[in-house]
Design a protein around this ligand. Structure first.
Ligand code: ADE
Ligand code: ZN
Length: 322
């Protein structure tokens, strides 16, 4: 079997960040939302750096206004997952973009997303689960509202709580209350760390937020003690190499530490993060890992096994995707 055709598990995928540009343009037209500076002349998302990326991301997200818009988005994203052989995905969902953190509104958005996901599971064979996500640069107070939305909808489908956004804003401990709320609601925890800040950010996130997975976490490679801690504690890294290269965390694929991380015994999985923003797909990630590091079918099968074992879903769902 070609490695590109292997069944894939993806644990780090932002729902809004996976919106195809054509989908967002269509929605903007329908709703009369002006989208200045979001697209380049070729119709791709454009941004200068990570912080500009966050602005463009939020501008594009402004077109997604109703639960129905999110249902349509979910269908479009899962079609792309299926085309890439993804059989199981976990997606970050931000209540901030789905009713602004109001619990009643969030429940309506979530219901629409789940209905679309159920239909895609039936029709396309892709299983989706949700990780409710705070946006770090929206602040600690807002993260508590997000955690309340997460706690109120925790269950078989909303399986985790996480945080993305600008890692340079505040400190992990500022968000400990929100993560404590989510933990009490039996949600599993992940947070973006060690994408822009160094190893100390990863260490503080593990210590202060009690996370069992780290979004990116790649800069942990700069600290051997931290690598030991990550292995001892069984923390898994959600690595998104194409995202890191597109945003300039690393200047090229061959400078990316995923192969070193894997060889040092850290549990890693591979994801696309915000695929159209970074001109990538899961097939492209596999292709580049094969070309850059010589990863073969046995390594990809191993990678997917450890991705399944670090997935946040129930044991029943896990056994169905194995
Ligand atoms: N939100 C969407 N993509 C992100 C990324 N790569 N880092 C932090 N927050 C994000
Ligand atoms: Zn991310």
């Amino acid at each position: 079997m070609s490695i590109l055709e292997l069944p894939k598990v993806e644990l780090h995928l932002h729902l809004e960040g996976a919106a195809p540009p054509t989908f967002i343009r269509g929605l903007a037209q329908e709703k009369g939302v002006p989208l200045e500076g979001v697209f380049d002349d070729d119709g791709h998302y454009q941004y200068k750096d990570f912080w500009d990326f966050l602005k463009v991301y939020e501008a594009a997200t402004a077109c997604l206004q109703t639960p129905q818009d999110f249902a349509r988005l979910t269908t479009a994203v899962l079609e792309e997952c299926a085309a890439n052989g993804v059989v199981y995905a976990e997606t970050f969902l931000a209540p901030d973009f789905c009713g602004g953190g109001d619990v009643a509104a969030w429940k309506e958005y979530l219901h629409a997303i789940q209905e679309a996901a159920d239909a895609a599971e039936r029709d396309l064979g892709v299983t989706l689960r949700g990780i409710v996500t705070a946006v770090r640069h929206f602040g600690a107070d807002q993260s508590r509202k997000t955690a309340l939305c997460a706690a109120e909808t925790a269950g078989d489908w909303v399986v985790g709580f996480g945080m993305g956004g600008d890692e340079k804003y505040g400190e992990p401990k500022d968000y400990a209350y929100a993560f404590d709320m989510a933990r009490e609601a039996k949600l599993q925890l992940t947070s973006h760390a060690g994408e822009w800040n160094g190893p100390d950010e990863v260490r503080a996130s593990i210590r202060d937020l009690g996370i069992k997975r780290v979004g990116h976490g790649v800069r942990a490679i700069e600290d051997a003690d931290l690598i030991r801690e990550i292995k001892d504690k069984g923390v898994a890294l959600e690595v998104c190499p194409g995202s890191n290269v597109a945003l300039g965390v690393y200047s090229s694929w061959d400078k990316h530490p995923i192969d070193l991380l894997r060889k040092s015994g850290v549990t890693v999985s591979v994801s696309t993060d915000d695929p159209p923003f970074f001109h990538t797909t899961m097939k492209n990630e596999y292709d580049m890992l094969n070309k850059t590091f010589g990863w073969d079918e046995s390594i990809f099968r191993e990678l997917n096994k450890s991705a399944i074992s670090s997935a946040f879903c129930s044991e029943e769902t896990r056994s169905e995707i194995e």
